[in-house]
Design a protein around this ligand. Structure first.
Ligand code: G3P
Ligand code: MG
Length: 258
């Protein structure tokens, strides 16, 4: 299910779930993203000392009031922490079991401060394959060695190459090296020339992280194929023409007032 770059409506990709309105990377944020009609949910993967794949952004546990690195913690220790509003840090298995049939996922493979997690790529692919979800799952990483290992263990895996402001170059070569189908660019890197070059190379262009309506409009006008946003409801309303201040919404409001 490779997309034809630039050919269809841009994907609404809920960044860490609907994380503008629920604690990021929690089941509540994913349920809300589904409810808000996101097309895809982006989640961040790490691996515990006892080899569980957990969904959380940072490699260390300070942000959740814990101590040390996920790589040194057991699943039980991670699960004891509060991910926000009493939610627990989800495992990848739990997320896929609960939402895998309802929505596509972008699995971003992270690393710890001492380097990559041994076996994370293969374990993530296996979790996805076990559920028959490989064709609808997009894997991504900022790190080329992770993507190369992923490609080695899963020739059919769909890959997006993450491009940061700190390392903005060579994105086309990086994408080619792992037979990626998409580039995930930081929004500040976006311009018409990059979109054109990516599309000419048959790569979809997904942009992170875009929350302001004006920026959404500008990027969609440039022909991008999807936006990572913490507010999928906002982007969906923009695509539907029902966001606050839109002509369609104003017409609707006038009808409501009549
Ligand atoms: O995958 C897009 C975006 O999530 C990458 O940055 O730091 O939010 O994981 P970060
Ligand atoms: Mg991420």
């Amino acid at each position: 299910m490779r997309r034809t770059p630039g050919a269809t409506a841009p994907l609404v990709i809920a960044h860490r779930g609907a994380s503008g309105r629920a604690p990021e990377n929690t089941l509540a944020a994913y349920a809300l993203a589904v409810e808000q009609r996101a097309d895809m949910i982006e989640i961040d993967l790490h691996r515990t000392r006892d080899a569980a794949i957990v969904v959380i952004h940072d490699a260390d546990l300070r942000g959740l009031g814990g101590r040390g690195e996920i790589a040194d913690a057991t699943l039980e220790e991670v699960r004891a922490l509060d991910a926000g509003s009493g939610q627990r840090v989800p495992t990848l298995d739990e997320v896929l079991d609960r939402f895998g049939e309802q929505i596509a996922f972008n699995l971003e493979l992270k690393s710890g401060s001492r380097g990559a997690y041994a076996g994370l790529e293969r374990a993530a692919v296996e979790a996805v394959e076990r559920r028959g979800l490989l064709a609808r799952t997009l894997f991504s990483s900022f790190e080329d060695d992770i993507l190369e290992r992923l490609r080695d263990c899963a020739p059919a895996a769909r890959i997006g190459v993450l491009v940061s402001r700190r390392a903005p170059d060579r994105w086309l070569a990086r994408a080619r090296a792992v037979a990626a189908e998409a580039v995930h660019l930081a929004s500040s890197l976006l311009d018409a020339a990059r979109v054109e070059r990516a599309h000419a190379a048959d790569l979809s262009v997904f942009v992170y992280t875009v929350d302001a309506l004006a920026a959404m409009r500008r990027l969609i006008a440039l022909g991008v194929d999807g936006l990572f946003t913490n507010f999928p409801d906002r982007m969906r309303a923009l695509l539907d023409g029902t966001e606050r201040g839109s002509p369609a919404r104003r017409r609707g409001e006038r009808r409501d007032e009549a």
